[in-house]
Write a protein that binds this ligand. Structure first.
Ligand SMILES: NC(=O)c1ccc[n+]([C@@H]2O[C@H](COP(=O)([O-])OP(=O)(O)OC[C@H]3O[C@@H](n4cnc5c(N)ncnc54)[C@H](O)[C@@H]3O)[C@@H](O)[C@H]2O)c1
Ligand SMILES: O=C(O)C[C@H](O)C(=O)O
Length: 335
C-alpha cells in the first residue's frame, strides 16, 4: 500500500505527473493538492482502470492536511515556472515550498519528499530548514529531483551516437545541482562510450545538458518551461524511491540533490573530500534503500575537464543553498 501525494497537481508538470503516478501499479492511493482545479483532475484520473484511488483537494476545509494524511511519498511541483530571460523565481517558490513543507512536517513527517519546484538548489534547503525548525528532519528522506538532467544527457548522448533507440539504456551520471553551471554531466562515466569529440563538440554537449531547460523555455515562447519531460523524469525518480523503499529492491542508484548528512557510510565524507568547499547538499549518485538514502557515492574517477566543471559549480551551489537557508531564517514557518 503506497499513498503518493502531488502538491501542485493541477499544473503543467502536476497533471502529467499525476497521470504517470496513477499508472504506477505500486501506487494504491493518490492525493492531489493544488490551489485550483484538483477536483477536475482527480475526477478525470479516477476513471483510469489502475489500482490507485484518487482524491483531489483545494485549500479550503483543511485540504492540504487531508491530502497529506497518511502520505508515504510527496512530490512537489508547485510553483511558478521560468519565463524567457528570467533566471529564477526564488522568493515566490521558496514561499510556496516553505508553506507546503510546513504542512508535510505537521501531517506526514515521515513521508519521503521529492522536490521539483525550482530553483531546486534553494528549495531543497528550504524544506530541510523547515523540517529542522519543526523538529522532524530526516535527511535520508529528502530529495531534489534532478532526473531531468539525467534524462536529457541520455537522449543527447544517444543522438551523438547516432542511434536514438539507445536513449533508454544510456546512463550518464549528472552531478552538482539543478541549474546552469551547477549541472555537471560526467560524460566519461557514460554507460556507452562516446566517440572522441573535438573540444568544441564536447563543450557544446555539456552546455546543452546544462542549459537544456533554456531550450524548452525558449521554444515555449513565454508559456512555461519543461513539463512533459519533467513529468516523465519525476515519475521515474518517484518509481525508484517506491521500488527501493516499499518494494525492497536493492541496487537502485540514481543522481539526486540530497543532504550530504543523509549518508553515514563514509560515501558522503569521500565526496566532501573531492570538493573544494564544504557543501550541505549536492546532487550525487545516490543508492536508495528502505530508509531512503542508503549511500551517497563519491564522484570517482573523472577527467580534468569534469574536475574543472565541478570546481566552477561548487561556489554557485554554495550561494544557492545559502539563499534557501536565509529565506527560512527570515521567514519562519507558521503553524
Ligand atoms: N526540477 C526540475 O527539473 C524542474 C523541471 C521543470 C520545471 N520545474 C519547476 O517546477 C515548477 C512547476 O512548473 P510547472 O510548469 O508545472 O508550473 P505551472 O504554473 O504549470 O504549475 C504550477 C502549479 O502549482 C500550483 N501552485 C501554486 N502555488 C501553490 C500552492 N501554494 N500550493 C499548491 N499548488 C500551488 C499552481 O496553481 C499550478 O497549478 C516550477 O518551479 C518549475 O520551475 C522543475
Ligand atoms: O529550466 C527551467 O526553468 C525548468 C527546469 O529546471 C528544466 O531544467 O527544464
Amino acid at each position: 500500500m503506497v499513498k503518493a501525494v502531488v502538491l501542485g497537481a493541477a499544473g503543467g508538470i502536476g497533471q502529467p505527473l499525476s497521470l504517470l503516478l496513477k499508472s504506477n501499479p505500486a501506487v494504491t492511493e493518490l492525493g492531489l493538492f493544488d490551489i485550483v482545479n484538483t477536483p477536475g483532475v482527480a475526477a478525470d484520473l479516477s476513471h483510469i482502470n489502475t489500482p490507485a484511488k484518487v482524491h483531489g483537494y483545494l485549500p479550503p476545509n483543511d485540504g492540504l492536511k487531508k491530502a497529506l494524511t497518511d502520505a508515504d511519498i510527496v512530490v512537489i511541483p508547485a510553483g511558478v515556472p521560468r519565463k524567457p530571460g528570467v533566471t529564477e523565481c526564488v522568493q515566490i517558490n521558496a514561499g510556496i515550498v516553505k508553506d507546503l513543507a510546513t504542512g508535510i512536517a505537521t501531517t506526514c513527517p515521515k513521508a519521503f519528499v521529492l522536490v521539483i519546484s525550482n530553483p531546486v538548489n534553494s528549495t531543497v534547503p528550504v524544506v530541510a530548514e523547515v523540517f529542522k525548525k519543526l523538529g522532524v528532519y530526516n535527511p535520508k528522506r529528502l530529495f531534489g529531483v534532478t532526473t531531468l538532467d539525467v534524462v536529457r544527457a541520455s537522449t543527447f548522448v544517444a543522438e551523438i551516437l547516432g542511434d536514438i533507440s539507445l536513449a533508454p539504456s544510456v546512463t550518464v551520471p549528472v552531478v552538482g545541482g539543478h541549474s546552469g553551471i551547477t549541472i555537471v554531466p560526467l560524460l566519461s562515466q557514460s554507460s556507452h562510450a562516446l566517440p572522441s569529440l573535438k573540444t568544441t563538440d564536447y563543450d557544446a554537449l555539456v552546455t546543452r545538458i546544462q542549459f537544456g531547460g533554456d531550450e524548452v523555455v525558449k521554444a515555449k515562447d513565454g508559456t512555461g518551461s519543461a513539463t512533459l519531460s519533467m513529468a516523465h523524469a519525476g515519475a521515474a525518480f518517484a518509481s525508484f524511491v517506491i521500488r527501493a523503499v516499499f518494494g525492497g529492491e536493492s541496487g537502485i542508484i540514481a543522481p539526486s540533490f540530497v543532504p550530504l548528512a543523509a549518508d553515514t557510510t563514509g560515501g558522503a565524507a569521500a565526496l566532501r573530500g573531492e570538493l573544494d568547499q564544504d557543501l550541505e547538499f549536492f546532487s550525487a549518485n545516490v543508492e536508495l534503500g528502505p530508509e531512503g538514502v542508503k549511500r551517497i557515492h563519491p564522484l570517482g574517477k573523472i577527467t580534468v575537464e569534469e574536475a574543472d566543471l565541478v570546481q566552477k559549480a561548487v561556489p554557485e551551489l554554495a550561494s544557492n543553498i545559502q539563499k534557501g537557508i536565509t529565506f527560512v531564517a527570515e521567514n519562519a514557518p507558521k503553524l
